[in-house]
Design a binder for this molecule. Sequence first.
Ligand code: FES
Length: 491
Amino acid sequence: MAKRISLSRAARLVGVKRGTLQQQIRAGELKTFEGEIVLADLLHAYPDAQFEDSSMLERVEQIIEQATFINPDSSVRKPDNVALTSRIMSLSEELARQKRDLSRQKRLLGRYREFTGQLTEKIEQLAAEPDALRQLQAWLEQAVTNISVDDDTIDQPFVNETFLRVMSAQATVIPSNHEFFIEGAESILEAGLRGGLALNYGCSNGNCGLCKLRVVSGDTRKIRHHDYSLTEAEKGLGYILGCCNTAMSDVVLEADEAHGSGDIPKQSIPIRIRKIDHPNPEVIIVSTRTPRTSRLRFLAGQGATLSADNVGSAFYPIASCPCDDMNLQFHIALDKQDPIACYLGETAKANDLLTLEGPVGSFVLNENSANPLVFIAQGIGFASIKGLIEHAMALDVAEKIYLFWIADSDEPHYLNNLCRAWNDALDNFEYVALTTADGERPGDAIMQRLSPGKPADFDYYLCSDEKLRAGVEQFVESREIPTDQFLYEKI
Ligand code: FES
């Protein structure tokens, strides 16, 4: 049977986004069979894919590093060889089976080709002979014993695909069919969040039971002790805690995920300031950290209220990705009317405590859409947009991401270098820095870049003031872009 691989693995193997393969499938350039791609079809579509480049080696080093974990009881770093060994063992068995099947097929094909060629030749030779039949019979007996068998080795793409399977287990979540990879000995929960999924969880350390999920197929292993007790019935049904288990093989998991802001509970968390940066005189970037056992569960694009004792409180968007739920970033305009902004900009220092309440907001990604994404930020509106972009990158499904950042001509884009780094490092990302003068006609500037695509083929996320909104809305209406493809958040 032809070797098939999942869409996620195929994307990793040839080094493209999963969304790119989905686009090719929609265009009829690639076929899927029960959600999988035939390896030979993939190689036909990507004949120039580099299978020997150094990224494989870098990947090994990275994953071996991730295969170590902190033992919470002893605080000693121990290599978790068991997870990797188990994956290698199960893969070796499959490899041996595949090789046997492949050899058998090659043997049969080789015999058939060689035999038919020689037979044709012999019949022509013996056509005029009086005892042709007897000679043919003798030749046939000899020929069958002489047929050589080409038991060749497995080709490089196949080896690389199996290599990826050794180094990481693939998890498929039902009913959503979301996929992510579990690398080294990281927990299923950590891997799921890193992969951009909004899994249900609470404490992250085995106390609350909120990360409970059911293993439908595949093998898992407990990597840390947990105080939360699963009932015998739950264990019998295959329930485990996602924050305390890793995967030993590819797994299918039944798990709860948040599908909208209403699915995330409000939380109140003490957070510590890690550092405060001043990228320009008008803006501060506040990096904070939650306690390890009380992280913030939120959706990208949401915000939270920050309070400081004896100062006050104010609401700010979270400018980071839920995939890093301990390290939260806030971009704050230094408004003299905002006591928290003044406190953070002038008095606060590293290690000071704040109280966070949230998350709040519905400016979140539509994960059901496969359209390319267009993000438009005005000034400090980049904070919400940054969270959405980082989340879209973690999900790794968008075929193309555009960022248009409009700033006042006398105030530079305060994280211009970061946006340019994304632009340089990611082949599906395009960054356009615009100034207010361009911003007066945002539709024209944007369409120039999106051309030759049709405006209605994209999803738009805008975070700006009302004036810019009116301009962009006019553009959206005039191009007959469906309203559910345009999401707005006021700065
Ligand atoms: S998140 Fe609380 S037990 Fe896993």
